[in-house]
Design a binder for this molecule. Sequence first.
Ligand SMILES: [Zn+2]
Length: 844
Amino acid sequence: MFQQTHAQKRNKKDKENSSKEVTATPKKDKEKTIKDLVKSSKEIDGLFKIYQDTITGSIQMLISEDQIGKEYIYFSQIADGVLDVGRNRGSYRGSKVFKINKYFNNIEFVTQNTSFYFDPNNPLSKSKDANVSEGNMASLEIEAQDKEKGLYLIKAGNIFLSETLSQIKPASRPGASSNEFKLGNLDKAKTKINSIKNYPENTNLEVEYVYSSPSVSNGGSNALADSRNVSIKVYHTLMAMPEDDYQPRFDDPRVGYFTTEVNDQTSTSSTPYRDLIHRWNLVKKDPEAAISEPVKPITWWIENSTPLEWRETIKNAVLQWNVAFEKAGFKNAMEVKVQPDDATWDAGDIRYNVLRWTSSPTPPFGGYGPSFVNPRTGEILGADIMLEFAHFTNRVFYDKIYDLASSVEEPVDNSNNYKSDQMYCSLGQRLQNETMFASAVASATGATDFEMERLKKESMMALIMHEVGHTLGLNHNMKASYLYSPEQLADADFIKGKCLTASVMDYAALNITRDRSKQGQYDDVAVGPYDIWAIQLGYTPFKSEDERQALLNESTKPEHIFGNDADDMRSPGKAIDPRVNVSDQSNDQIKWAIDRIELSNDLMKDAKAKFTKNGQSYQELRRVYYLLSGQQGSAANTISRFIGGVYVDRAMAGQEGATQPYTPVSLKDQKRAMAALSKYVFAPNAFDAPNDLYNYLAMQRRGQEFFRGPEDPKIHSQVLAYQKNVLNHLLHYNTLQRITDSELYGNEYSLSSFMTDLNNAIFKTDINGNVNSFRQNLQLEYTNMLIDMLTGKQSDKYDFNAKSMALYNLKTIRTMAIPSGNISSKAHKEHLRTLIDNALKEIK
Ligand SMILES: [Zn+2]
């Protein structure tokens, strides 16, 4: 909460003023002047004049009469933190508008609500404050004033040294384990101001918050020197409201910009949105010219921490966006400079947009491109890009490989308590995984050093273009990879010099051909056609609304396909259009995914020979094994999304080239997906690896690390996890409900056919004979899932049609599972029968 409780405020004041209050009674006689109170302080002039006491370091702030009643922008950024609590260097914490008010003898800092619009000509606008809460962050007593000059002095420690302006310490998550690492309490005695930088347009403070706890049960990661005393450094920026001629631009569902959502409360429309897209204030030097340089270009600084050998590639990647800006009428809209080694500014200075590098102990992302905006207009005021060195190495984060394959969504931090512009981008992490896979394929098939180098360069370019795209206002486009056919991607000449998809804003898989002689470009080296169109929509100085509408109507062109994170199907049961997905490629994803699985299988056969090096441990082989099976798991998810899938078209009614909004996936493709899952995911030999490979999947010992758990490879549970991911989608209540509903509007793969096919895929080939250990796991897991549909915690979410089919399948399994085959298979079948018999008794 921003509002300090009264009691907190009291406490703080009591402490600060305790010595003063004793002598404060005869105050009337000798009222202190501003001059008296700042006499031992250093004056730091800027937007808000600050005085810092040269002995105690305490700060006071001067507010002038003309600042009262005015709006300002507040923005904060983590200067340095710890990942244990999700506070990492460079992460932006959103911006908000606040107003300075004077209430009797107090100065108030009040957050403004920017979510609503009232047409000022509508009488309703008179009630615009009804049921809308402002946030009074702080109310501070005026310590001294100069009536003539209209100046008020307040103690600023109250604002900056506590969490007044924004919440720093994360709230504990509901359901969090009690042994999770937690920050102690804010230790006001240790919390301090590290620097004050004041400019005419903004006031910046770096504050080091210290959280202390006398004892901790979980010591956190080794990034913490002392887990009882943890520092989080935060930049606070107070900014004058820009007074320029910036024209807000409104959002459209057909293109993907970050937005600040605003509701028009005086509109009668069913879509009363005035959502502001986030964009830079780019203005032509010569407004009449078709193509002009901007008055002020968007300047990027390559931080001096950037490895030398990558600077040229990075610069080249940023400048690729100029191709898009030229189509929007701007020449040299982007420029790139290198931060000198002796620069006196650092990346925390919001006046500089910086491409930054870190090598964090546990990297949170591989690239992150946040920007901060004026919430009143959507104008982007600053941006940075954070890059993680780890993602250009072969360091493996096993837990993350699993996360990526299991399509877990990235957590979104909402602890800011205000509308946040930030979003997490996991492209770097995904790209590292893909690049490692591509390198494994390339090196196993004898690629030259030159080719390996090219692969690295291309993925670096793709990553930088993507993150820069975020800072220009673009959000993800997870449909972009649907542009080209597998044949086009395997045509080196066709793909040369292009973006491999419609947009660099996708999380597309790398282009790796199974036929190695056809290998062309691995990743994007240019921005895509969608990117160019999107930049045109966001930045062209349109002469009229008709001109903008005409360009928007080009959304039906195949190269302008768009669907963002909310539309993508990475998580089981989420979204509906299988074309919108992550870690996939081409306009035939089923074919592509099969190809990827076969490529992994090919490599698995020779892995031991190719990835064992004399004189080295087997860690590298283990890494490759996890990488390959992870690819299989991820490709399996891609295929599964076609079952029950519905294609979405977001074109407006009457738009040229538009189709109906909802079209179910054809019976042919759903059947094709089912056949592929049956063969590559559920079949008894689906995850076969040469048996002698398992003897070599050894981790290199380090200290006492195996105390954490036995080191042997957990082969069965890993395979089952991949199979379960697929079943989690296929048997999700959303998927089953959609199959039944869409039978009404074109779906020809009925629920009964699908559920019968699935049952057969999991039982038919071996239920009458020996069932191997992988299949025993799969069959029991699946049977338990059917039982859960009927009696589990979530059973009330399933419709009756789905429940009936679950019951029907259980009875079929009961009939099929006649004990036969070897002892292990007999035991397995008895187990199945017992589970089903017990479940049937519970069903009412
Ligand atoms: Zn991204």
